[in-house]
Design a protein around this ligand. Structure first.
Ligand code: DGJ
Length: 715
């Protein structure tokens, strides 16, 4: 056998892409592309990197050092998880790609590969932005004369040996994004989603950490697939010692078959690195997302939203809805959303999905009168859809029973009495687009909440796995709706927070974070969702009393303070609120309007605190002129006097006025007097240095209570 086929780029070159926070360094040795470093910013380099990182030859090993290239191929001696696997009807099962061309600038690199035996071409693109976010994308072309079956494509990045722990997020309905952290062991730590949507159990980012990393300090490497279908997130540690992190779309057998000459765009991944802890990682994500011209806060402030779902569910009684709207307008609500139940036959969850026409039995004159009523009260109107779904009891199903994602003539088991509409079918897609567009064209609707309440099972189209195409179709549909209705905002909901990811984020303006509005649960869900997603994109509503999902009763001020740190709203029949509660809600809404500029642009801080029963967190303005913090007692403090609350993130040398504010209600206490600083009505002054290193003595709060601290520069 001669030398491996393909390739013309023999030159060895080191290429560095750098942002102020991170660098990625490539080596193009042996017609291969090897990543020598991904992590801290490397500002200056000697000439010894290749030699410094080249391994020796070990006993019982290859006779020469074999660097693992970005494509992790068996043919080059790589024995871990490969980047690409596929075949041509059983042939061409092992690739040997050669690097044929590199284009690069300061922060972008496109590597062109070809495999002259497997007859494939691949362009792998790395794009590092000024905020340290690295986007990796790939396009695979079949240059052969028969079909190529792509089984799996996973992007990988190397991790340094000091990355010793892995953290990811798990969850279920009403309990999304709870962290799990463990040592990186030999083998593969894997998170996979096979439910055809992002999922409650989706990790949102797979993180690798140096062992001591916390919120405020330490190194962390994150990777997320930017995609809302099936997914894979891996961390792999090989017996060689090599550690790496990988992510990609999870493909079902035969899902992607490239016809001769076809090019397939592989869903991208988003990588992020920080040596300033988990908060530093969030800071990078937030800065990147907030710099997008279409980021909602670059267009307008986020309106205080009331959604009627928990208040009325399917009981669409116009009088009741008007009564809620009356109170909503009085307390300062800015957007009023009519949820599930407005369309044909939808008097319960057993019928109607698929028929996006107004149900005349509940809205005899259409939606115009209620929208006018709401608009006249100074509020915008929003409406719920679940366009990817169909109930067997619907006109659409009766007309087109074949428009269901299914396999082999059998139907998937029902879930909430519904099936998944096959919007990869052009006519089904057109039906949803036409009916949704007709409603949006007829009425003054600024916002839609788009739900997705079941998992995809046996999701086939004409005998072929179809999750990939279904996901691409919903992205297309969202984009088309926005083209036709440029001011439209879309909220991504999926039984709460089951479609929150860095793929759909390009098409939507808000996420429904969870169906669980219980404030105690929300403390966790919001904290960890917020690692990746900035608060202005997370719907955070004051829920009812008791909470629908937990039956827990918490004080209105705890619910209000919890809901403040997001895109705030109400999910509660406020016609049943007490006069006292209404005063709290009204003051809280004014506070939200006063502080949303700060909340939706500042740096998020979660304080590393010795007592895990308390969460201390806040937002500091980018210019450090002001901040808003909460101390939330999730349970009894461990000690009689709760541990001092450090307030980091401010300018160490500036003097700030620090005072407790009760705009979100007085809350409850368990003590004979307030701590000293809280007894001084006008607040106290402290330097940023004092706040960070000494902090404030918290009050003795009963479990499930919180206070708010306003911090303003005195200069
Ligand atoms: C699930 C969502 O998460 C809820 O907020 C609500 O919209 C219901 N679906 C309606 O069916």
């Amino acid at each position: 056998m001669g030398s491996p086929p393909g390739g013309s780029l023999a030159r060895t070159e080191i290429i560095t892409l750098s942002s102020p926070v991170s660098s990625i360094i490539f080596d193009t040795a042996d017609n291969n592309l090897v990543i020598k470093h991904w992590g801290a910013h490397i500002a200056i380099a000697g000439s010894g990197l290749q030699a410094a990182t080249t391994k020796s030859v070990a006993n019982s090993g290859f006779d020469q050092p074999l660097p693992s290239g970005v494509l992790r191929e068996h043919s080059r001696g790589f024995l871990g998880h490969p980047t690409i696997s596929g075949h041509r009807n059983g042939q061409a099962w092992s690739t040997y790609f050669s690097l044929t061309k590199i284009d690069h600038s300061e922060r972008d690199l496109a590597a062109h590969f070809a495999d002259a035996s497997a007859l494939l071409k691949l362009v792998l693109s790395y794009s590092l932005n000024e905020f340290g976010i690295l986007k990796i994308s790939a396009e695979l072309t079949n240059s052969g004369t028969d079909s190529y079956n792509l089984e799996q494509f996973t992007y990988w990045l190397p991790l340094p040996d000091r990355a010793s722990e892995v953290m990811d997020f798990t969850g279920r309905w009403s309990h999304e994004r709870h962290p799990q952290r463990s040592s990186i062991r030999y083998g593969v730590t894997s998170r996979e989603i096979r439910e055809g949507r992002t999922g409650h159990d989706y990790t949102i980012a797979q993180l690798a950490l140096a062992g001591s990393t916390e919120f405020a300090h330490g190194e962390v490497w994150g990777l997320s697939v930017a995609w809302s279908g099936n997914s894979i997130h891996h961390v792999e540690r090989l017996a060689t010692g090599d550690i790496s992190i990988g992510a990609g779309e999870l493909l079902e057998p035969g899902e992607i078959i490239l016809a001769p000459g076809a090019t397939h765009t592989i869903p991208s991944v988003i990588a992020n690195y920080s040596n300033e802890g988990l908060d530093g990682l969030s800071h990078n994500y937030y800065r990147w997302l907030r710099a997008r011209p279409n980021h909602p806060t670059n267009i307008r402030p986020r309106p205080l939203t009331l959604n009627v779902w928990e208040a009325i569910e399917f009981h669409h009684d116009s009088e009741k809805i008007r009564a809620i709207a009356d109170v909503a307008a009085e307390v300062g609500v800015e957007r009023f959303v009519l949820d599930d139940g407005w369309f044909n036959l939808r008097r319960h969850d057993r019928a109607g999905l698929g028929d996006w026409v107004v149900d005349k039995s509940v809205w005899p004159d259409g939606l115009a009168p209620i929208i006018k009523y709401i608009n006249d009260k100074g509020m915008e109107f929003g409406l719920w859809f679940e366009g990817e779904m169909i109930n067997p009891d619907s006109d659409l199903y009766r007309a087109h029973p074949e428009w269901i994602l299914h396999e082999a003539g059998r139907l998937p088991p029902l879930w909430r009495n519904q099936q998944v509409l096959d919007i990869t079918h052009p006519n089904a897609y057109e039906h949803v687009l036409r009916q949704t567009d007709a409603i949006l064209s007829e009425y003054n609707i600024s916002y839609i909440k788009w739900d997705h309440n079941r998992v995809l099972v046996d999701a086939g189209h004409l005998g072929q796995a179809a999750v990939h195409n279904q996901t691409a179709a919903i992205y297309r549909l969202f984009a088309e709706l926005k083209t036709r209705h440029p001011k439209l905002e879309i909220e991504s909901c999926a039984s709460g927070g089951a479609r929150i990811d860095l793929g759909v984020i390009d098409y939507v303006d808000r996420f429904w974070t969870s169906d669980n509005n219980d404030a105690l649960e929300r403390q966790m869900i919001q904290r960890w969702t917020g690692i990746v997603i900035p608060p202005e994109l997370c719907g955070t509503h004051i829920g009812p009393r008791p909470g629908n999902q937990t039956r827990r009763v918490t004080d209105v001020s705890f619910r209000a303070i919890t809901a403040l740190f997001g895109h705030a709203g109400i999910e509660w029949d406020i016609t049943g609120a007490t006069a006292e509660e209404l005063i709290v809600i009204k003051n809280w809404i004014s506070l939200y309007k006063r502080k949303r500029g700060l909340l939706h642009s500042g740096k998020a801080i979660r304080v590393d605190h010795p007592d895990s029963n308390s969460f201390i967190y806040g937002v500091v303005a980018q210019d450090r002129s002001e901040a808003l913090f909460a101390i939330a007692a999730r349970d009894m403090s461990e000690s009689t006097f709760p541990a001092m609350a450090r307030i980091p993130g401010l300018d160490p040398l500036r003097i700030y006025r620090v005072k407790v504010i009760t705009d979100a209600g007085p809350g409850k206490r368990m003590q004979n007097s307030e701590p000293g600083w809280m007894q001084i009505a006008e607040g106290i002054t402290m330097s940023g240095m004092e706040l960070d290193n000494i902090g404030l003595r918290p009050p003795i709060l009963p479990p499930e209570n919180a206070i708010l601290i306003e911090i303003t520069s005195t200069e």
